[in-house]
Design a binder for this molecule. Structure first.
Ligand code: SF4
Length: 449
């Protein structure tokens, strides 16, 4: 809290105070930020502890059964510690599941129901009569460090992957107008954000639902189209990182923007698997030869391109041969960074209706370890190309013994880091040139100056 803010609040009547527990993916984090921004604009204070809050919002995740359990655990903890709880987010789409365990929660709203959450907060703790609207910084309230921010460009998804219930929870694709996204991005950059992380469920499908409608931005029309948006974002002077992109042909032209230095040479492509048979069962497009050709073509356009992906091992019916196809793929495609999940049944997902044999837990575990070992080798090999080079890095954290930074090839929270020797003037959020001296398995070491 700033000095002037605390001064004002002592003069005013009691300031309504809320707490928030935010679970799940970056998309859920963006939802939490929107709710907080709205409430701060109305004069609410945010408490970092259960004790100080008059009501607690729990923003849940309902994607995997383990995430549902974690969400129910978080609701239980908030009920025990505070007792006045509003539940929102993905699990909020299933109020019966929550009410059965916690009949006394104050309200339950589904994902993206910002207005309902705010209304529920008003009912529990009315807003102050004299809201200090000036307490809200122009970029809104962010839960990420000041120098990077997630930028959500659409909600929902038109795909129907059999292991996923997001379309059931969040509905079909709804894209934001390009000008809206650009205005938000511009505000963030003006407020000091150096890196914009573009997120959605399917970024490359952006605008399909609105037939690429144009909107007004800086005295011209901009289409709600993946390429057009990426190009405009690239003009704002911040790093632009693209997440959840599918390997459609029109992605090629966005890779050109990467080669021109307009957006970061980084693509997060959630392949999930490489075996055509498994992909068919997952109801995802799949021809790994074509994908390999596409990746080769991308790297021809932009040789430094880093590819991040996520994969699922142990999907029902996955055979040893099919799993090995996946290992061959990540090596051939030289996937720089990968997250790997062991398949878990998700209540409501159609994969459970396929009547395919479940992969035993110990086999899943074994495949997961083999996948991680193979990916580690690829990662270590890919990182070698950077040794000896001087590259721009963004500083995430300055500690007494090390400066933790990231290259353009790594996203915050999920990828690797560049560990720098401490140097004078190091400041979080600054972009500096670093000479890479060593490559480890996932991280780099380097020095500045
Ligand atoms: S693309 Fe598939 S996995 Fe991703 S949100 Fe849509 S349905 Fe779910």
């Amino acid at each position: 809290m700033t000095k002037s803010a605390s001064k004002k609040s002592t003069k005013a009547a009691k300031v309504p105070t809320i707490g928030i527990v935010s679970l799940g993916c970056p998309k859920a984090l963006v939802d939490s930020e929107r709710i907080l921004t709205h409430l701060r604009a109305e004069g609410y204070q945010i408490s970092p502890s259960y004790d100080g809050a008059e009501v607690v919002i729990v923003n849940t995740c309902g994607f995997l059964d383990s995430a549902r359990d974690e969400s129910l655990g978080a609701i239980g903890e908030a009920m025990a510690e505070n007792g006045k709880v509003i539940v929102t987010g993905c699990l909020g789409a299933e109020p019966d599941v929550i009410r059965e365990k916690f009949p006394n929660v104050l309200a339950i709203t589904g994902p993206q129901k910002y207005e309902s959450v705010v209304q529920a907060v008003h009912n529990a703790v009315p807003p102050a009569h004299d809201p200090f609207v000036d307490l809200v910084p122009p970029e809104g309230i962010k839960l990420t460090p000041r120098h990077y921010a997630y930028l959500k460009i659409s909600e929902g998804c038109n795909n129907r992957c059999t292991f996923c219930i997001i379309p059931k929870l969040r509905g079909d694709l709804v894209s934001r107008p390009a000008a809206d996204v650009l205005r938000e991005a511009e505000r963030l950059v003006k407020a000091g954000v150096k890196e914009l992380l573009v997120i959605s469920q399917d970024t490359s499908a952006y605008g399909v639902d609105v037939k690429y409608a144009e909107s007004d931005w800086q005295n011209r029309k901009v289409r709600a189209k993946f390429y057009d948006l990426a190009k405009e974002l690239g003009e704002l002077g911040a790093w632009v990182r693209l997440h959840y992109v599918y390997p459609y042909p029109h992605v090629d032209e966005v890779v050109e923007l990467m080669a021109q230095g307009k957006v970061l040479p980084y693509l997060d492509v959630p392949f999930q698997h490489a075996s055509p048979a498994v992909l068919k069962n997952m109801k995802r497009p799949g021809n790994s030869d074509k994908v390999l050709e596409r990746i080769k073509a991308w790297r021809k356009i932009c040789p430094d391109l880093a590819i991040r992906s996520t994969f699922i091992v142990g999907f029902p019916g996955e055979t040893e041969e099919q799993f090995e196809e996946l290992l061959t793929f990540i090596k051939a495609a030289e996937i720089d960074r990968a997250g790997c999940f062991k398949y878990e049944p998700v209540t409501g997902a159609t994969s459970e209706e396929l009547n395919l044999p479940a992969v035993p837990e110990d086999v899943k575990e074994d495949r997961w370890h083999r996948f991680m070992a193979a990916q580690q080798d690829v990662s270590a090999k890919r990182l070698q190309r950077l040794v000896g080079r001087t590259i721009p890095v963004i500083i995430d954290e300055v500690r007494p013994d090390v400066v933790v930074a990231r290259s353009q090839f790594d996203a915050p929270e999920v990828d690797g880091t560049v560990l720098l020797k401490p140097f004078k003037g190091a400041k979080a959020g600054e972009i500096v040139q670093a000479k890479i001296t060593h490559a480890l398995e996932y991280d780099l070491r380097g020095e500045v100056g």
